[in-house]
Design a protein around this ligand. Structure first.
Ligand code: ARG
Length: 567
């Protein structure tokens, strides 16, 4: 039963000319429950009824009282508002009963109708470090992946690896000059980065290096075996490192179709642009003019005929539409690429593709590290594996201090440490920059992943100690206190929060809801005796504990965060 909907319906029977939808959108959730559980403001009606709002509120209450349904305990007029007090036992039974029935499926929906949503996330660059910006894309993208699946879409996770482009000509040149097989095999991306940086340093004085790099790139494009073998090797070495990170972070991506995947689909893009009369020459290069949108031109072909980042993204968009017929196509990429995507979508629009309007760039802000060993100042890149390792080690210290007898300490430290990193990346609106501080992300009492996980572990411990596993014959009158009601309200709004997170592509709506739920639950826990109370009281309160456990677990699942039973 949707209480808000029911109240809207009820009001529509006494408000002539007002639709249920209209009333529904007007209903408010008062901050404190002494103001009622739902409130209807009557200001809007003053004009048509030509009466003062408080008078209207009183009249509405009078009419409602003539025939009040049992799920409402009381209606009161307070100034311009009609305040509804719901029957708390009926409410508790309705909401908690639903969680008991649906368990981890509570909040699941089929609104997506099985349609595909492609989500481009992570997308690091071959031979370059997987940095904290890519981590943020990975974590946000993977959460959206889970959320869309939960809402009945079919998510397709795509890793648009940066695995093609002029940088590989440079890298091969650098490797030929200063690299060794042994060093690359031993140090992987670190070594590839070293020689790549050296290339740029040396190229400042030795102009012939750029020519050599161009020649290698040309060879790659022409299918030269040696060039491609080296490129392939750099690719494999890099993937090995990326996959280690994905595995440790428990991230699922369906397709590793990077930029090179579109090499054989590029001619068709160029031909199509030509045929549609969209290509114009500019300083020897071929571009699509976007001046009508006040944007710089979109580069399609370099003067030497090579393709560009944009060309490959156009090919990728067409391929994704063809292959997945997506209902939505999402790109989780940093804010610095805002213009790139705006241009991409405009070019597709000019090509006549309506589906351009189903494509969205989901930008996010920068992540930086606090001062110290891991400082991001002076352009230092933080290696992902180092960051994870350090976080897990620090989590281990906290666990050893808090709960020295905990079995499985290593595993729990891993789950809590990684959960803390992910939660922190999703705690604010995406667009905000994030400063990473261990003190904050690992604070078990703060607005953090560990705090939510800790609350979940508390529910597990209560349920385990009680030995109760069956929740039938529950006396829901027990749950009429303020603290219980506050928890139940947050459980009730959980499904809407998931939908809101999907509509806004904002995982923070989930993280924050879980923090609020945890805080409300801990208040309930401190105010109400559970295991020591009389049987019927105990059973009712444990039902609430079970529901909270279920919702936290469900939310953490969506965020890709584990929910250990003890910590
Ligand atoms: N590899 C790019 C980078 O690291 C991100 C690619 C994003 N996806 C895309 N389809 N352009 O900046």
């Amino acid at each position: 039963m949707d209480f808000k909907q029911e109240i809207a319906k009820l009001l529509s029977t006494v408000l002539e000319g007002e639709s249920t939808e209209e009333i529904y959108s007007q209903l408010e959730l008062p901050k404190t429950s002494d103001m009622g559980d739902y409130a209807y403001p009557s200001f809007r009606l003053a004009k048509t009824l030509k009466k003062a709002p408080p008078v209207i509120a009183l009249e509405i209450v009078e009419k409602l009282n003539a025939n009040l349904p049992s799920f409402i305990k009381e209606v009161k007029a307070v100034a311009a508002y009609v305040n509804f007090y719901i029957n708390r036992a009926v409410y508790a039974e309705e909401i908690l009963g639903e969680v008991l029935k649906q368990k981890l499926d509570y909040g699941r929906s089929d609104m997506g109708g099985g349609r595909n949503v492609t989500i481009d996330y992570s997308s690091p660059n071959i031979a370059k470090p997987f940095h904290i910006g890519h981590l943020r894309s990975t974590v946000i993208g993977h959460t959206l992946y889970n959320i869309f699946n939960f809402l009945g879409y079919k998510s397709v996770g795509i890793n648009h690896l940066g695995d093609w482009g002029t940088q590989f000509g440079k890298l091969i040149t650098a490797y030929k000059k200063w690299g060794t097989k042994e060093a690359v095999e031993e140090k992987g991306i670190e070594e590839l980065t070293r020689i790549y940086v050296k290339f740029h340093d040396e190229a400042e004085t030795d102009k012939s290096l750029e020519d050599e790099a161009r020649a290698w790139m040309l060879k790659m494009q022409e299918g030269d075996e040696e060039a491609l073998a080296l490129w392939r090797w750099f690719y494999d070495i890099s993937l090995l490192e990326f996959d280690r990170v994905y595995k440790r972070l428990d991230i699922k991506i369906d397709n590793n179709t990077g930029e090179s995947f579109y090499n054989d689909k590029m001619d068709a893009v160029v031909e199509e642009l030509k045929a549609k009369d969209l290509l114009v020459e500019s300083n020897g290069a071929m571009v699509v003019d976007l001046s009508e949108f006040d944007m710089p031109p979109c580069l399609i072909l370099r003067s030497d005929g090579g393709t560009l980042y944009h060309t490959r993204d156009i090919a990728a968009a067409l391929y994704r539409k063809r292959t997945f017929d997506f209902a939505k196509s999402i790109y989780v990429v940093g804010l610095d690429q805002k213009l790139h995507f705006a241009q991409l979508f405009k070019v597709l629009e000019k090509m006549g593709y309506d589906f351009a309007s189903d494509m969205v760039h989901i930008p996010f802000g920068l992540v930086s590290m606090e001062e110290g060993k891991f400082s991001t100042r002076k352009g230092r890149v933080i290696r992902m594996e180092e960051l994870i390792e350090e976080t897990v080690n620090k989590t281990m210290e906290v666990i050893k201090a808090k709960n020295p007898d905990l079995p499985n300490k290593e595993q729990v430290a891993e789950e809590v440490g990684i959960g803390a990193i992910k939660f922190n990346d999703m705690f604010n609106s995406r667009i905000k920059d994030v400063v990473f501080s261990w003190e904050r992300v690992l604070n078990f009492e703060g607005e953090t992943g560990p705090y939510v996980q800790y609350t979940h572990a508390r529910t597990c411990s209560l349920l385990n100690k009680s030995g109760v596993t069956e929740f039938s014959g529950v006396d829901y009158e027990v749950l009429a206190d303020e603290a219980s009601l506050a928890v139940i309200k947050l459980i009730q709004t959980y499904p809407d929060k998931i939908k809101e997170a999907a509509a806004k592509f904002e995982p923070y709506i989930v993280t924050r809801h879980l923090v609020e739920l945890s805080q409300a639950f801990n208040k309930f826990y401190h105010e109400n005796a559970i295991l020591q109370s009389a049987d019927h009281v105990k059973l009712a309160r444990l039902t609430l504990v079970y529901a909270v456990q279920t919702i936290i677990k469900s939310g953490l699942n969506l965020l890709g965060i584990k929910a250990p039973e003890q910590m």
